[in-house]
Design a protein around this ligand. Structure first.
Ligand code: RP5
Length: 165
């Protein structure tokens, strides 16, 4: 088994999920966390799903972020095959605005957890921040970068609203 240099795997069910999941990637970039991004479809590439999920821990991955839309089985199926923490991002679907994705991901049976985030961009960004928090438990340098990121976020919020241009 070749060890990955990536601590986080961002996986998604389709290329069409990437505009949303790129927000997770950008957030990890901002925090200096190495990741790999892959398309792994629970329905269209089931063999790839099994290979990824069963091999992720031995490959050196510490946290999985999984985004999927519609009948969004990807995060739950990955969680069923790895002990790694799995954070699920419901993609905003056209038909149901992502409620289908959310319900598919969040209603896991007791014993197989998926940490489910918000629908869409907020969920993708927060999944990356959750991954960073997990990794920071054992990495003081990363913990400091996470603190700095949060401080910059606070400083970027104006005290008073301004008229839009
Ligand atoms: C899911 O089906 C994917 O996660 C995606 O959100 C959705 C639609 O996929 P495409 O038809 O756009 O490839 O598996």
């Amino acid at each position: 088994m070749v060890k990955s240099t990536h601590l986080v795997a961002i996986i998604m069910g389709s290329q069409s999920d990437w505009p949303t999941m790129k927000n997770a990637a950008d957030t990890l970039d901002a925090l200096g966390i190495a990741y790999e991004a892959r398309i792994v479809s629970a329905h269209r590439t089931p063999d790839r799903l099994v290979a990824f999920a069963k091999g992720a821990r031995d490959a050196g991955i510490k946290v999985v972020i999984a985004g999927a839309g519609g009948a969004a089985h990807l995060p739950g199926m990955v969680a069923s095959m790895t002990p790694l923490p799995v954070f699920g991002v419901p993609i905003e679907s056209k038909a149901m605005k992502g409620l289908d994705s959310l319900y598919s991901i969040v209603q896991m049976p007791a014993g197989v957890p998926v940490g489910t985030l918000a629908i869409g961009r907020s969920g993708a960004v927060n999944a990356a921040l959750m991954a960073a928090s997990v990794l920071a438990l054992g990495d003081d340098t990363l913990a400091q970068r996470l603190d700095d990121w949060r401080s910059r976020q606070s400083e970027a919020v104006a005290e008073h609203p301004a008229d839009e241009a």
